[in-house]
Unconditional design. Structure first.
Length: 168
């Protein structure tokens, strides 16, 4: 089975439930690639989660160039979220790429929302997706739940796995 189908199977019995604190659900393939969702609520039409994390063991200590390649492929392919994504910063020292919404959701001008992705070769090699709300009045930002339909989540998982670069 694919990771997206495995994840859907784990989420199915959770429909109608909310979790405080969020509940972590994970699936793993034979190569050790692991998807973990920190679930806030699961409904019939979708899921709300604090974070989506993808662990890719073969990207541990990989080059920044390979992370850049992954970032570019992801940003071209993941076009169905509320905002488009684009690489923002490359950090050779930390071996990380920061990706954010290219145009944040500014329907509420005092508190725009945006996606943030970090691709990292540190630790186990990982992708982390979160959503934040900026507070232009008080300053700073706070995490807000990601709201995805089950179809969006499956497509996102498939696109994440489908764009993982092979190790050199």
């Amino acid at each position: 089975m694919s990771l997206s189908l495995d994840l859907a199977a784990i989420l199915q019995p959770l429909i109608g439930q909310s979790f405080v604190p969020p509940q972590a659900v994970s699936v793993q393939d034979g190569a050790g690639t692991t998807i973990t969702l920190r679930v806030v609520a699961v409904e019939r039409m979708g899921v709300s989660c604090e974070e989506l994390q993808l662990i890719v063991p073969h990207l541990r200590q990989t080059s920044l160039d390979l992370l850049k390649t992954w970032a570019e492929a992801l940003c071209r392919r993941v076009t169905y979220l509320l905002e488009n994504l684009g690489p923002l910063e490359y950090d050779a020292t930390a071996q990380e790429v920061l990706i954010r919404s290219t145009t944040p959701d500014s329907t509420q001008p005092q508190s725009p929302k945006y996606y943030e992705v970090i691709l990292s070769a540190q630790g186990q090699g990982q992708f982390t997706l979160r959503r934040y709300e900026a507070d232009r009045v008080q300053g700073g930002r706070v995490p807000v739940p990601l709201h995805l339909t089950h179809e969006q989540l499956a497509k996102l998982v498939n696109d994440l796995v489908g764009t993982i670069p092979t190790a050199p």
